[in-house]
Design a binder for this molecule. Sequence first.
Ligand SMILES: NC(=O)c1ccc[n+]([C@@H]2O[C@H](COP(=O)([O-])OP(=O)(O)OC[C@H]3O[C@@H](n4cnc5c(N)ncnc54)[C@H](OP(=O)(O)O)[C@@H]3O)[C@@H](O)[C@H]2O)c1
Length: 315
Amino acid sequence: MAFGAQSTADEVLGGHDLSGKTVLVTGGNSGLGRETARAMAAKGANVVIAGRDQAKLDEAKAAIEADVPSARVETIVGDLGSLESIRACGAEANERFDKIDILINNAGVMACPQAQTSDGFEMQFGTNHLGHFALTKHLIPLIEKGQNKRIVNLSSRGHHFAPVDLDDPNFEHREYEKWASYGQAKTANILFSVGLEQRFADKGIHVYAVHPGGIQTNLGRHLTEQDIEALLARVTTSDSAFEWKTIPQGAATTCWAAISPELEGKGGVYCEDCHVAENDDESSAGGVRSYAIDPDIADQLWSISEQMTGESFSA
Ligand SMILES: NC(=O)c1ccc[n+]([C@@H]2O[C@H](COP(=O)([O-])OP(=O)(O)OC[C@H]3O[C@@H](n4cnc5c(N)ncnc54)[C@H](OP(=O)(O)O)[C@@H]3O)[C@@H](O)[C@H]2O)c1
């Protein structure tokens, strides 16, 4: 069956039995992450929701269990804005879980005022990219023990706003601009997918970047009305009107990338509306920019991410 922009997470997972699979979802307490966790739990997966606040995780676990009485949901705390917290989360995960079949790097912040993580990284690059880079490094031993192993990295069409500035990822030598920062971080999520695929495909781990659509969630917490209007104008073209998705529709491409047989062995790609996007350097209505899938840039980002976090993958 062909899925598209209107498909929901439940529809995409229809007919799939995820019993025996362990799925870890970062940012699993809110928005798209929580819906992804709910939909996968409804198909029998053991779901681990990761977040930075135990109380929010408990609330989300209770809500998922209320919706899906058979759900098997566990929680784990990790703050992606702190390497110390990420390392503790990784160590705890390796103690508590036997394996992870599907890792969904979903957590994110968008267009926040200029700020730094605990380690002094610019907040959006630090949380959205470097945090997931370090966490994935710690979870790789568990993923290597999984079956049909996949990693899904939540990116965004916002990657159109900017490539990664490899010389100044932390905005130390240029003026901070919240959309350039978000664009850079979301481009990094795609390049990280390319870099992981290059290094781990031969171990049977395949990696997909996803644009979920435009969905009203807590992600917009830093936006003013004017910000939202300007953003919508930027993504609306004469031949393509912008349409919000519902949260179940917004979680669909993540679920599709995590399980679709069509994608078997074909990682390192960027997906939107439940298909692999075309390479497109012009359209504001879709597609993936060349700078986000360039293997040389992916390698350079990999090197600076290792240097910045002090974490190296032993591939
Ligand atoms: N919604 C959209 O239109 C849209 C469009 C394109 C891409 N995306 C991407 O989709 C992903 C999910 O976003 P969403 O719309 O579901 O937003 P959301 O409801 O705000 O969820 C974001 C999640 O990330 C978590 N998070 C933020 N900072 C964190 C940190 N330092 N450590 C650990 N967790 C942290 C949040 O935790 P708290 O609850 O504690 O803040 C929350 O659980 C993001 O990566 C976003 O960039 C969304």
